[in-house]
Design a binder for this molecule. Structure first.
Ligand code: HSE
Length: 436
């Protein structure tokens, strides 16, 4: 049987890795898919640029629309990233009856509802395993492997750059800005590093995970998102003194009040496996009612790990080429007509435990004022730590861990504590999850 022709849009790191993996593992891939998979056409913005892959046998063009419109292409692989022109290209491919594989998390998180609707109408597949956690097959695991479960919650280290930064800050006691520069030098950060450090990249990925875990539409605009810029080496150190690590997590939870969707730095007990996922690696912990907690760990970025997910999707699409569209795995795991309209819990209604760090004047009665504010709001203290003042310093760091309380109450407590004339600067708040 003739190989399937693939048109690759983008021949950068992931595109190059995809060509290399397809060529190196051609025999095994053909045995798995039932047909060969050949990149016959590819587009790149700058055709003169050096490549990490051979391009012999591939018709190159600087016009991605020419690749999409080519009648010889059956599957379009979109690796351009961003919204424009990726959205237009993907919709054009679908309209022409072509299947699509994409690594574009932003596109799926923001326009996935529209894209999947179009794909359903045209009877084509849009596969996106590479959009979340690089090489970890987390979409497949949740969408297929766990389909017998009611998913209760999931938490993920789904941005390698922020995990690298927090790991280095803790290990070397170095400041955020210095480690960010190193992450950029090593090529980990996104083109715009604020997407990583402000949590936007993680929010894109969490949007996708939550949709397939709970059978809800993609709702990127409802994700509460906080980055890691404000975390200091002292916070990482104090957290450790209480037996916790600080990780930048995406958290999605199915509660009686609705779905929680949030990305923020989080204290988690250091004894949990996921607390020990360091450097650029990713991990996702998924709790199903039948299976219990399951952990998926591996490379969240890079040429060949991401290509592994792209090629896995290509094999899936090739296997399904002759299948009845109604019998395929639904894009968002649940049948399109069976998606739930359960609401997203507003952040003020979310319950969490907290780590608070403040600078207090070192004199009698100051701690009593702070604990009275917390007590009056029904906030119970779990642990408290006061450090000695630095030489010549009037203020001392006070660190408090609280029991679970609504975010609204904690917001009020922080406003009241910051209003005390004995408190210097703002109160640092980091949420804490025991993950039990
Ligand atoms: N910038 C992303 C990360 C790359 O740091 O995880 C993979 O999406």
């Amino acid at each position: 049987m003739e190989p399937v022709n693939v048109g690759l849009l983008g021949l950068g790191t992931v595109g190059g890795g995809t060509v290399n993996v397809l060529r190196r593992n051609a025999e095994e891939i053909t045995r798995r898919a039932g047909r060969g998979i050949r990149v016959s056409h590819a587009s790149a913005r700058d055709l003169g640029k050096p490549r990490i892959c051979p391009t012999d046998g591939i018709k190159l063009s600087d016009d991605p629309f020419a690749v999409v419109n080519n009648p010889d292409i059956q599957i379009v692989v979109e690796l351009i990233g961003g919204i424009n022109p990726a959205r237009e290209l993907v919709l054009a491919a679908i309209e022409r009856g072509k299947h699509v594989v994409t690594a574009n998390k932003m596109l799926i998180a923001m326009y996935g509802n529209e894209i999947f609707e179009a794909a359903h109408r045209e009877g084509v597949m849009v596969a996106f395993e590479a959009a979340v956690a690089g090489g970890i097959p987390i979409i497949k695991a949740i969408r297929e492997g766990l389909s017998g479960n009611r998913i209760e919650w999931l938490v993920g280290i789904i941005n390698g750059t922020t995990n690298f930064i927090l790991t280095e800050m803790r290990a070397q006691a170095r400041d955020f800005s210095k480690v960010l520069k190193e992450a950029q030098r090593l090529g980990y950060a996104e083109a715009d590093p604020s997407f990583d450090v402000e949590g936007i990249d993680a929010a894109h990925k969490l949007t996708i995970l939550a949709a397939i875990a709970f059978g809800i539409p993609l709702q990127f605009d409802k994700v509460y998102t906080e980055g890691i810029r404000q975390i200091t080496p002292d916070d990482l150190n104090y957290a450790e003194q209480f037996g916790y690590r600080i990780k930048h997590l995406g958290i999605a939870r199915n509660t009686e009040k609705g779905i929680e969707l949030r990305v923020h730095p989080t204290l988690i007990p250091e004894r949990r496996l996921i607390a020990n996922v360091d450097g650029v690696l990713n991990a996702v912990l998924v709790k199903g009612d039948a299976v219990g907690p399951t952990l998926y760990y591996g490379a969240g970025a890079g040429a060949e790990p991401t290509a592994s997910a792209v090629v896995g999707d290509l094999v899936d699409v090739v296997r399904a080429l002759t299948s009845d569209p109604e019998n395929r795995v639904p894009h968002l795991a649940f049948q399109p007509h069976a998606l739930s309209d359960v609401s997203i819990v507003p952040m003020e209604e979310v319950e969490s435990a907290y780590y608070l760090r403040m600078n207090a004047v070192d004199r009698p009665g100051v701690l009593a004022d702070i604990t009275r504010i917390l007590g009056d709001l029904g906030i119970s203290i779990e642990a408290i730590l006061q450090k000695e003042p630095a030489p010549g310093e009037r203020h001392v760091p006070v660190i408090i861990l609280t029991h679970r309380v609504k975010e609204r109450s904690m917001n009020k407590a922080i406003v009241d504590i910051e209003a005390l004339h004995t408190i210097h600067k703002s109160v640092m708040r980091i949420r804490l999850e025991p993950l039990d």
